[in-house]
Unconditional design. Structure first.
Length: 162
């Protein structure tokens, strides 16, 4: 990742402001006496499993979707590739802004992940489990449907939101 792609502190604060404005849950930070004793350190656990989608990934997905909608309020939809939590998060974010979404998953994606992606209304497409085929299919769908591509992790808006 290029240095220019790393979000600035200001962009992280903007992302936090976006997420607060739409009531993304503030999850607790807990500690565990057994872990502390085992490591001899104070270990803190950020409970992002309490997010609506079950992971911190919803923060990044919501941030990139909201930023994309600010730039182009007429976006037709979103497409991504994911083996799970990111796909669930993008499906949720697209449903939040009432836009269609396609999530490309590998053939061996667990059923609970598929169910969660579909729960938020995304169209699910299964493909071979190679990164190259995922990316190629994502690019094809983006071009055919004029959908905005949501990368898994290497985008400043995703990083700032996460």
């Amino acid at each position: 990742m290029d240095e220019k792609e790393i979000p600035s502190l200001a962009e992280i604060h903007i992302a936090a402001s976006h997420l607060r404005s739409i009531s993304v849950p503030i999850t607790p930070i807990l500690t565990n006496a057994s872990l502390n004793k085992l490591t001899g350190k104070n270990i803190y656990l950020k409970c992002e499993n309490f997010q609506r989608t079950g992971s911190y990934k919803s923060r990044g997905a919501l941030n990139i979707v909201l930023n994309a909608m600010k730039i182009d309020p007429n976006l037709k939809g979103f497409v991504t590739y994911s083996s799970g939590n990111h796909g669930i998060a993008v499906s949720y974010a697209a449903s939040f802004v009432k836009r269609p979404c396609v999530v490309i998953v590998s053939n061996d994606t667990p059923k609970n992940k598929i169910d969660a992606i579909e729960y938020y209304g995304a169209e699910l497409i299964k493909c071979d489990s190679t990164s190259l085929s995922d990316v190629e299919l994502c690019l094809k769908i983006s071009k055919e449907r004029d959908f905005f591509i949501i990368p898994v992790s290497d985008h400043p808006d995703v990083i700032a939101g996460n």
